[in-house]
Ligand binder design. Structure first.
Ligand code: AMP
Length: 340
């Protein structure tokens, strides 16, 4: 019998609770320091202890997971702590979703290519700091939750920001940087599920992120803001619905993304993904990111979102939706269609 496994962080509770609700036994790859936290939850059946998550790809751990017929549900921590290349080439265990897309997610240039091919409006990317001619956000590669990002509006302020970021250690000497136009507006994150078994695209939920310290700036008078540097580290998420008239475009964006994944990164999108961006002053959505796997914003909706009752007649979290797909694949001997 298949077991559902994930790393103990990010959205592990939701994933394993969803798996349990669908009748699966569950395995948590757990850092020893977090054992006390996770032991509080009765739906976690088995533990694999590690000191660092990167140890999960060690042959003895992989073979223990294989013995249990584990399917691993990847999330942001797998990408940030193990690395997309290592997951692609060195983690010989079935993963729910497309591991190639995790690599495209982690590489800024590939990411930009896929988003453009999807027909999404994207912010202008600057090839060189010398080209910065408007407000821009400077990002690091990989999924580290906005850590180390800084703003610049000219080559000069870029240099100043970079020097400061290196001094504080948020940007390393060899960090690869990606410079993108900063879009002012309302940040919105759309969460979808693409079912390879039914071929249907499901729109599940929306969240907003609370990021420190940028979301604290509005609580300060403008003259006090001047001396501070904003940072973009996600602390938590809050729920959101959008005007119903916007939904048609939301589906179009999701469909465009799924089509582009199928063309550029076969076999294409499998399971949860998220399109992340900003509605600008013209109510146009400018997408600055995607995640090709479950995002932590779905943790808001363990009992379902405002949108999931339109699709399911029982509480449906994204974690549970993953288990439903695995179960259906299991019962028709088609796990290979939902794992890579
Ligand atoms: P990311 O790691 O790309 O998801 O970005 C982290 C945060 O930085 C986002 O949640 C936004 O608050 C902000 N951000 C990233 N890119 C942009 C952009 N192009 N324009 C405005 N805000 C952005």
């Amino acid at each position: 019998m298949t077991e559902i496994a994930t790393l103990g962080s990010h959205c592990a509770l939701q994933v394993l609770k969803g798996a349990k609700d669908e009748g699966y036994s569950t395995l948590l790859v757990c850092q020893r320091k977090r054992e006390r936290l996770y032991r509080r939850f009765p739906f976690i059946d088995e533990y694999m202890f590690v000191d660092k998550f990167s140890e999960v790809i060690r042959p003895e751990n992989v073979s223990a997971m294989k013995d249990r017929h584990a399917v691993v549900v990847p999330h942001g921590t797998l990408v940030s702590e193990v690395g997309a290349t290592e997951v692609l080439n060195g983690f010989d265990i079935p993963i729910f979703g497309s591991r190639k897309l995790l690599l495209w997610e982690s590489d800024r240039e590939l990411k930009e290519k896929l988003m453009t091919e999807s027909g999404l409006r994207t912010p202008k990317a600057f090839a060189s700091p010398e080209d910065i001619d408007r407000l821009a956000i400077v990002k690091l590669h990989g999924a580290k939750g906005g850590q180390g990002y800084f703003l610049a509006d000219s080559p000069k302020t870029f240099k100043e920001g970079l020097a400061k970021a290196k001094k504080t250690g948020t940007v390393g000497a060899n960090s690869r940087l990606y410079i993108q136009e900063y879009v002012v507006g309302v940040p919105v994150y759309f969460e979808f599920f693409q079912s390879p078994l039914s071929g249907e695209l499901e729109f599940h939920s929306i969240d907003r992120r609370y990021e420190t310290n940028v979301d604290g700036f509005g609580r300060l008078p403008a003259r006090m803001q001047g001396s501070l540097l904003p940072s973009y580290v996600v602390v938590g998420n809050s729920p959101l619905v959008v005007r119903e008239s916007l939904l048609e475009d939301v589906f179009k964006m999701g469909e465009g993304f799924v089509d582009a994944c199928a063309r550029l990164v076969p076999p294409g999108m499998i399971g949860p993904f998220c399109i992340e961006g900003v509605y600008d002053e013209n109510m146009e959505f400018v997408a600055f990111e995607f995640s090709a796997r479950i995002v932590a914003g779905t943790n808001l909706y363990t009992q379902g979102s405002p949108y999931t009752p339109f699709l399911f007649d029982r509480p449906m979290s994204m974690g549970r939706r993953i288990a439903v797909e695995i179960k259906e694949a299991d019962s028709t001997d088609s796990l290979k269609h939902v794992t890579t």
